[in-house]
Write a protein that binds this ligand. Sequence first.
Ligand SMILES: Nc1ncnc2c1ncn2[C@@H]1O[C@H](COP(=O)(O)OP(=O)(O)OP(=O)(O)O)[C@@H](O)[C@H]1O
Ligand SMILES: O=C(O)[C@H](O)[C@@H](O)[C@H](O)[C@H](O)CO
Length: 217
Amino acid sequence: MTGDPIDAMSHEQPLIVVMGVSAAGKSTVAAALAARLNTPWLDADDLHPVPNLEKMAAGVPLDDSDRWPWLDLVGDALGVAARRDGIVIACSALRHTYRDHLRASAHGVRFLHLHGSRELLLSRAAARHDHFMPASLLDSQISALEPLRGGEPGARFDVALPVDDVVEAALAWMAVSPVPHTDHITRNATPAPGAGRTAENRLSVADGERTSEGTES
Ligand SMILES: Nc1ncnc2c1ncn2[C@@H]1O[C@H](COP(=O)(O)OP(=O)(O)OP(=O)(O)O)[C@@H](O)[C@H]1O
Ligand SMILES: O=C(O)[C@H](O)[C@@H](O)[C@H](O)[C@H](O)CO
């Protein structure tokens, strides 16, 4: 690789979704990547309606009807960020339809899928004591996950590597991956009834090896 990956991207606002199952390192990598890109970052967990958080904390997996209103808010945040400085969002985005919805919310959304073995993620989840998500939900997350497939703009990264290495790999991939056109994709979720938090006001407080397995797009 030659040149600085960040310089190579300076003509566009990065719209990055760091995706994957719980404890994959989404928040950690999103924050570190955003610092390198000099963009805000947002933890999509902060947009979950309270009943979703309560459900997960009680050890019950979310279903589609829980996730759609939340994904609307995540998509709104991408739309706002596209008109500002770009953003890195940590968001599970487990299914193809969820990712299509996010891609339809703003032009040029790309996905970084953080992948690790069940054993590694279980150990990292179990070591957390300040998180609402019980480690017991990891298997349901793995079951729900639909990996990136051809046509989805993204790549998979191995989280057994140190955080800095994951970030370097992500920057290297971003530098060589074209920003996708998404005009053909439409949002398919319904607005959250009575959602009180808007992407605009959330963003105001959000300042915050290319995969050895190859890209998935
Ligand atoms: N590459 C890494 N190497 C070592 N530890 C890591 C790495 N990435 C993340 N961690 C640690 O693993 C744990 C899970 O990371 P993090 O909370 O960022 O995951 P997450 O995907 O955002 O989780 P959730 O979606 O459940 O909120 C944290 O304790 C974090 O410090
Ligand atoms: O789609 C989902 O089921 C949720 O977003 C979960 O992934 C959690 O919010 C996150 O992983 C926190 O542990």
